[in-house]
Design a protein around this ligand. Structure first.
Ligand code: NAP
Ligand code: G4F
Length: 349
């Protein structure tokens, strides 16, 4: 066996522990690691009264799953003690921004204290585990109107409980890295989507509606909140690859992962409907704004203020130059391609 094949054989025997493996990113990362040839992939799943494994059903037999919860420090300690992983990827989170204002304490317990339990355990056990923390563009708050691209050095002023909980988590990670020399990477992920995205996030909510409308499963309009918010939307498949690369570097540091382009919720709607031959015409203002089908005059989009946020971010757009340079990572899916992929998948079901 050559030295490099021995090295890659050694690497592929390393153990990965993924929290949040049933979510969008966790399930995509688990699939990607299997494709790369890794054998030991462990995941943390929560006890649920209904099935929550839809995203990992196709690879269920190739994974080792542990019941655990980031709010239960003992369960996290025990899982890490039993697995002694080479990598921990912490995707588990109460990841819904609007819900974070209803579940403030729970959001902190999961998103902030959860990673703290992981770090404490790895440190106490003296493991040399490489740790990844999923940070978010929500940490910036309203720092740009679209002209300034947000990067690793931009000042952050989060406006949601979710954003604040994640900023505190990132600061804890930075402190552990500086104080104890641990390999800890946080990446500031801008919005990223796929067909595995939860249905309460705006992109998948729109896509699911269009698929149902086309398949004649609904005739009612789609109700949404802030149609003018702008987000930097990328593909979860591209973003998960960047996370793998960050963990293969010699030195840990934080990275922004973004496409560098921003689009409004309205633009997403227009493009997605266009793909099924419908042109949306907007009229009215604020709560009275509606989107009508040009071809039939039927109202397809309505605003329902119940989906408004107590405070929202108007615009997000990121600068991933550092990741492009140091990781040789690049975004490979355009906004239109992302919408096409999500819609094609939804129309199959
Ligand atoms: P997601 O689909 O909402 O998945 C969240 C995962 O966390 C699910 O597996 C969920 O389990 C699990 N989880 C929630 N609370 C938990 C708890 N208390 N203990 C253990 N597990 C728990 O999120 P995602 O889109 O994959 O995002 C992955 C990570 O990246 C999250 O940390 C998110 O905050 C962050 N992030 C995402 C984006 C994005 O655009 N997707 C952008 C920036 C940052 P159940 O399946 O049982 O609910
Ligand atoms: O799809 P969203 O819920 O994503 P949001 O709030 O940007 O959060 C996502 O991205 C973050 C990265 O910046 C992640 F950290 C976080 O975990 C999550 O993955 O909402 C996007 C925009 C918002 O401005 C919202 O007000 O869409 C607007 N919107 C309009 N109508 C709606 C709706 N959002 C949702 N969820 N549902 C609506 O009916």
């Amino acid at each position: 066996m050559s030295q490099s094949s021995e090295q890659s054989f050694g690497e592929l025997n390393k153990k990965w522990l993924i929290t949040g493996i049933t979510g969008q990113d966790g399930s995509i990362l688990a699939n990607y690691l299997l494709e790369l040839g890794y054998k030991y992939i462990y995941g943390v799943i929560r006890r649920c009264s209904t099935f929550n494994t839809k995203n990992i059903d196709s690879i269920f037999d190739k994974l080792t799953l542990f019941h655990g919860d980031l709010t239960d420090s003992y369960s996290i300690r025990k899982i890490i003690f039993d697995c002694k992983p080479d990598y921990i990827v912490n995707f588990a989170a109460q990841s819904h921004v609007k819900v974070s204002h209803c579940l403030e304490q729970y959001t902190f317990n999961t998103n902030t204290l959860g990673i703290l339990y992981i770090l404490q355990t790895v440190k106490d056990l003296g493991l040399s585990t490489k740790i990844y923390q999923a940070s978010t563009s929500e940490m910036y708050g309203n720092m740009t109107d679209g002209k300034l691209l947000l990067n690793e050095n931009t000042v952050m002023k989060p406006v949601s409980i979710y954003g604040i909980s994640k900023l505190a988590a990132q600061q804890i990670c930075d402190m552990y890295r500086d104080a104890y020399g641990m390999f800890i990477v946080s990446s500031i992920l801008f919005n990223h989507e796929s067909s595995k995205r939860g249905y309460t996030f705006v992109t998948q909510k729109i896509i699911k509606y269009i698929a149902n409308y086309v398949n004649k499963k609904t005739t009612k309009p789609l109700e949404l909140g802030n149609l003018n918010a702008k987000r930097d939307w990328g593909s979860a498949y591209d973003y998960v690859k960047s996370i793998y690369l960050m963990l293969q570097q010699e030195k840990p540091t934080n990275y922004v992962i973004a496409t560098g382009k921003t689009h409004s919720v309205k633009e997403f709607i227009e493009i997605a409907f266009n793909l099924v031959g419908i042109t949306i015409v907007w009229s009215g203002e604020k709560e009275d704004e509606i989107g009508t089908c040009k071809e039939t005059n039927k109202i397809l989009i309505k605003v329902n203020p119940k989906y408004y946020r107590d405070i929202d971010i108007d615009c997000l757009i990121g600068d991933s130059c550092k990741a492009q340079k140091e990781l040789n990572w690049s975004n490979s899916t355009s906004f239109n391609e992302l919408i096409q992929e999500m819609l094609a998948e939804a129309l199959k079901n």
